[in-house]
Design a protein around this ligand. Structure first.
Ligand SMILES: Cc1cc2nc3c(=O)[nH]c(=O)nc-3n(C[C@H](O)[C@H](O)[C@H](O)COP(=O)(O)OP(=O)(O)OC[C@H]3O[C@@H](n4cnc5c(N)ncnc54)[C@H](O)[C@@H]3O)c2cc1C
Length: 291
């Protein structure tokens, strides 16, 4: 039986209260959102917080709202809410693609986008999605609020820019005309973590050429997005030859490790194939969008 080490528990009443509790209890306090990453680690005693600050009651962190050309997503938004949102599906189909293959309904009903990003597991699907969509993270702490790019947010495996006494409060996604996006993942069985996955977002110019593009990979040793792929695709007409070039570039950019789920060559092959597929879908979706 796996039992966590003893801990105390406080239920935050609002964001300011959560920050005050973090400040009061110091480095031994941890926030808990959906608990689907933190609680398994506590059961294995890989995490031993003395205080759990529960933010599940904070409705102010649970929202999906469009403001002009920005789509704002509260940090406590559950996977299920993202998956079921028609606005999200229309504006950012990559999110719906990814949510469809994240875990199972039990995890999706409780797990949150904020917890996913703050956990910063290298196999986390939503981290790649946020990278590719060029999202910004809004972090609140005792000194006020700051907004950071995804490059600044990610610090490495299980490490982010969110300080011990801070909260991730929201993600902001730019809405762009004639844009499309897609995510594909290879997993050993339904609901599993990725053996490898790829996400792409593209913006088309009025003449149908690619104006902007980014590609990210999950679980194959790539930090951020594939460097140089935007330059490769910019100004070119989407076609199979171009997707092949991009797939090769993505495969060369990653550094997968060999494990029971596959060798390095197999995972590079997945990076190549999945990149072609997501670019193909993202370009087709962008062409369909009326702006
Ligand atoms: C069986 C299973 C299968 C899974 N499969 C996948 C999968 O295929 N793909 C995938 O991407 N994920 C998968 N997950 C992870 C799932 O998406 C989790 O929900 C997610 O990783 C963590 O979200 P959470 O809200 O549960 O975070 P929690 O476990 O509550 O927290 C995780 C960490 O983030 C911190 N934190 C939480 N919220 C905030 C905040 N607002 N500000 C600052 N810090 C915060 C916590 O202190 C903790 O350190 C799986 C999980 C399980 C249990």
């Amino acid at each position: 039986m796996q039992i966590p080490a003893p801990f105390d528990y406080a239920r935050a009443t609002d964001v300011d209260n959560a920050l005050a509790l973090l400040e009061r209890h110091g480095p031994d306090a941890r926030l808990v959102a959906g608990g689907h990453s933190l609680l398994p680690m506590m059961k294995l005693r890989l995490a031993r917080p003395e205080w759990l600050i529960d933010i599940n009651g904070l409705a102010e962190l649970d929202f999906l709202v469009r403001e002009g050309n920005v789509f704002r997503v509260g940090a406590l938004t559950r996977h299920t809410a993202l998956f079921e949102s028609s606005d999200v599906a229309r504006l950012f189909p990559i999110v719906t693609d990814a949510e469809q293959v994240i875990a199972d309904p039990v995890v999706r009903n409780r797990g949150t986008i904020g917890g996913s990003l703050c956990q910063a597991d290298p196999a986390e699907d939503l981290s790649t999605v946020c990278d590719v969509l060029q999202a910004e993270a809004v972090i609140r702490g005792p000194a006020g609020e700051r907004t950071v790019s995804m490059d600044e947010f990610h610090r490495g495996p299980y490490e982010t820019a969110v300080g011990q006494n801070e909260l991730l409060v929201e993600l902001r996604f730019p809405i762009r005309d004639r844009s499309g996006s897609a995510y594909e993942k290879v997993e050993r069985r339904v609901g599993d973590w990725a053996v490898a996955a790829a996400g792409a977002a593209v913006v088309l110019a009025a003449d149908g050429t690619i104006d902007d593009a980014s590609v990210g990979l999950t679980a194959v040793g790539l930090d951020g997005t594939v460097s140089g792929i935007g330059d490769l695709l910019h100004g070119r007409r989407p076609d199979e030859d171009l997707f092949t070039e991009a797939g090769r570039m993505a495969a060369a950019a990653c550094e997968p490790v060999s494990d029971q789920r596959g060798g390095i060559d197999y995972k590079r092959h997945l990076a190549d194939e999945l990149t072609r597929r997501v670019l193909r879908s993202a370009c087709a979706r962008a062409a369909e969008q009326e702006g």
